[in-house]
Design a protein around this ligand. Structure first.
Ligand code: CUA
Length: 333
């Protein structure tokens, strides 16, 4: 008996060592590099849980494999094994130990959860998600952007809002993920630690354009961030303003180069003859564009889904709509 136990324990230790080494070296291969302060706790927990899983897996599978191989029935053995009924010590042990592990993990997780969500921050970025684009607003600076630019070393409070369905704010390198829920403002706090270019991905299936609902993320030094802020003041020229607004609000669904996306391309849109889903036709002019921005469902072009959200005056002013029209007029074929 002693001999079997020794051998089984050696097998379990070898298995645990091998798996532990795989977890140790494989973590960086499967998990993208960490780029936020909040993520450090998540990585600690994740690593610890992987080691724990490797250890428990080795114990269970090691003992099972040893028993199956060594105590298998051989030749024409007729004799049955000894009949054992119950073992309270063993049963209490294998109930209490996992219970303590799970309680311990939930305590650490709860502590880290409240640490990540503690309400202190250096700046606010308002994030609006809509099918299928992201808009970032910097209330301290009066800036709107389609690109998320943030400085390192500042704890940023992202205020998340959705205008239509549930989306999810996720930059894998920052680890933390938070849903955007229509009718609610949700929050996530991030302190970027690494400069570089990342990608914000929508992590909640939100419709046909879900896969393209991404936004560029640039983490820069605090000085470079101030310089970027200075560049962001809205352009005075209507065509330049229109171009900026189109890239912010429209370009993820309407291409500028003639390719098909979720909505009709903007290339050569002025004067185009269009057929609507009800069979009527029209020529694209200023009034039609204006109506399609304010009330997109009024006339839907044949072959496209009626999914564009309306842009009321609270989201695009009349001057901004005029600027978009001025820019669209320049997109001749
Ligand atoms: Cu928004 Cu998926």
């Amino acid at each position: 008996m002693k001999r079997h136990l020794m051998r089984a324990v050696i097998l379990v230790l070898i298995l645990a060592g091998g798996l532990g080494y795989l977890v140790y070296t494989g973590f960086e291969v499967f998990v993208p590099p960490l780029a936020s302060q909040e993520g450090t706790r998540i990585d600690q927990l994740l690593r610890f849980q992987f080691f724990l899983i490797a250890a428990i897996f080795s114990l269970v599978v090691g003992l099972a494999v040893y028993a199956v191989l060594v105590f298998r029935r051989r030749g024409d053995e007729e004799e049955a094994g000894e009949y054992i009924h119950g073992n309270p010590t063993l049963e209490i042990t294998w109930t209490v130990i996992p219970l303590l592990i799970v309680l311990g993990l939930s305590a650490v997780t709860t502590r880290d959860f409240f640490w990540m969500r503690r309400p202190d921050y250096d700046m606010v970025v308002k994030v609006t998600g809509q099918q299928f684009a992201w808009i970032f607003e910097y209330p301290d600076y009066g800036i709107k952007s389609a690109e998320l630019v943030v400085p390192t070393g500042k704890r940023i409070k992202f205020e998340l809002q959705s205008v239509d369905v549930i989306h999810s704010f996720w930059v894998p390198e920052w680890r933390v993920k938070e849903d955007l829920v229509p009718g609610l403002t949700t929050y996530v706090y991030i302190t970027p630690t690494q400069e570089g270019e990342f990608k914000l991905r929508c992590a909640e299936l939100c419709g046909v354009g879900h896969a393209t609902m991404r936004a560029p993320v640039r983490v820069v030094s605090p000085e470079a961030f101030e310089a970027w802020v200075a560049e962001q003041m809205p352009p005075a020229d209507p065509v330049a303003l229109g171009e900026k607004l189109v890239s912010q609000y429209c370009a993820s669904c309407h291409s500028l180069d003639g390719s098909q996306r979720v909505g009709p391309t903007f290339l050569g849109i002025f004067g185009r003859e269009v057929t609507f889903t009800d069979g009527t036709t029209a020529t694209v002019d200023e009034d039609y564009i204006r109506e399609s921005i304010r009330e997109p469902q009024a006339k839907v072009v044949e072959g496209f889904q009626p999914i564009m959200p309306p842009f009321g005056p609270d989201r695009l002013s009349d001057e901004e709509v005029d600027a978009i029209i001025a820019f669209l007029k320049t997109l001749e074929k």
